[in-house]
Ligand binder design. Structure first.
Ligand code: PDD
Length: 292
């Protein structure tokens, strides 16, 4: 359940008082976009990057951005304060607005803006120590996965299928190449080199993914941004999952087989351990919202 105070169209209110028309195109068509922004002790991780991605998603759908960056910062800051800061994930949703049900998007609608704050469910220590399990599934989502759209039925069904098969998550492949997971990006490690699938229309440009690449490059860790084949994934030394809510978590089982080799088989690997430490260091250096 989200924390007590939500934001709807310019106003803060208790969740129970937040009402949206059933004719909202977000409800009828999934005609909207969203963001999830992590806050640690009330300090945002890459707020500007999240707001830029929100802008790109809105541009793709030709929905005008209802707020400037400064206005977003004010409203988000207000939501965080109303919910007493701490470790929270701010969820933002912008839909095209309310209209008679008709496929072509009408011009001149007033966008619906909803925000809520959820406790940030960063995985527990055991999860980092043990890792998670994945199953390989065909990525049958649409071809515009770079848009952070609220229409997420493909991801919902894949996640559900992976859980039904007894795994924590789905590792998705399209035409024999790794794309991402249902709600996270993925990196593989082979012979000490971090392999990251390139950003295109088939994956979401994750803020965490981009931060990890930056941290790895700064630390001089070998890294290649290139397509990763299913065979490479199956023989990888390490696999990681990355997102705003999960940070970076090792995948230690794939299709019921241990990931990795030798002493690290089925266990988090050394490159993960280094990346995890770099990420925690980065978090410690975050600035309060006013400094963004
Ligand atoms: N999901 N890929 C997909 C399909 C995602 O849905 C997400 C994020 C990511 C990682 O992006 P980021 O690092 O910017 O969080 C990659 C969010 C957390 C969600 O839907 O709840």
């Amino acid at each position: 359940m989200c924390l007590p105070t939500v934001f709807l169209n310019g106003h803060y209110m208790p969740l129970a008082e937040a009402h949206i028309s059933p004719l909202d195109r977000g409800f009828i068509f999934g005609d909207g976009v969203y963001e999830v922004i992590p806050f640690y002790d009330g300090r945002a991780l890459r707020l500007t990057e999240h707001l830029k991605r929100l802008q790109r998603s809105l541009d793709e759908l030709e929905i005008a951005n209802p707020y400037s960056i400064a206005q977003w910062e004010t409203h988000i800051g207000g939501l965080v304060t109303h919910n007493n800061g701490g470790n929270i994930g701010v969820y933002i949703q912008v839909t095209r607005g309310v209209a008679k049900r008709d496929f072509p998007p009408p011009k001149g609608l007033t966008q619906t803006v909803f925000m809520m704050a959820n406790p940030l469910a960063t995985p527990k220590r055991e999860v980092y120590e043990k890792g998670i399990s994945c199953v390989s599934l065909d990525d049958n989502r649409w071809l515009r996965c770079h848009i952070k759209a609220t229409a997420l039925l493909g991801a919902v069904m894949l996640k559900h299928q992976s859980n039904q098969e007894g795994a924590d998550e789905a590792l998705l492949f399209r035409d024999g190449y790794l794309t991402e997971s249902s709600a996270s990006n993925i990196a593989a490690v082979k012979n000490g080199v971090i392999l990251c699938p390139p950003l295109d229309n088939l994956i979401l440009p994750g803020i965490t993914y981009e931060l990890m690449i930056e941290l790895a490059q700064k630390a001089g860790m070998p890294l290649q941004i290139r397509r990763v084949s299913r065979r490479e994934v199956n023989t990888a030394d390490e696999l990681w999952i990355m997102s705003s809510t999960k940070e970076v978590v090792p995948i230690t089982t794939l299709d019921n087989k241990p990931v990795g080799h030798g002493e690290h088989s089925g266990k988090p690997g050394p490159v993960f351990t280094k990346m995890y430490a770099l990420f925690q260091d980065y978090k410690r250096g975050l600035q309060p919202l006013a400094h963004h």
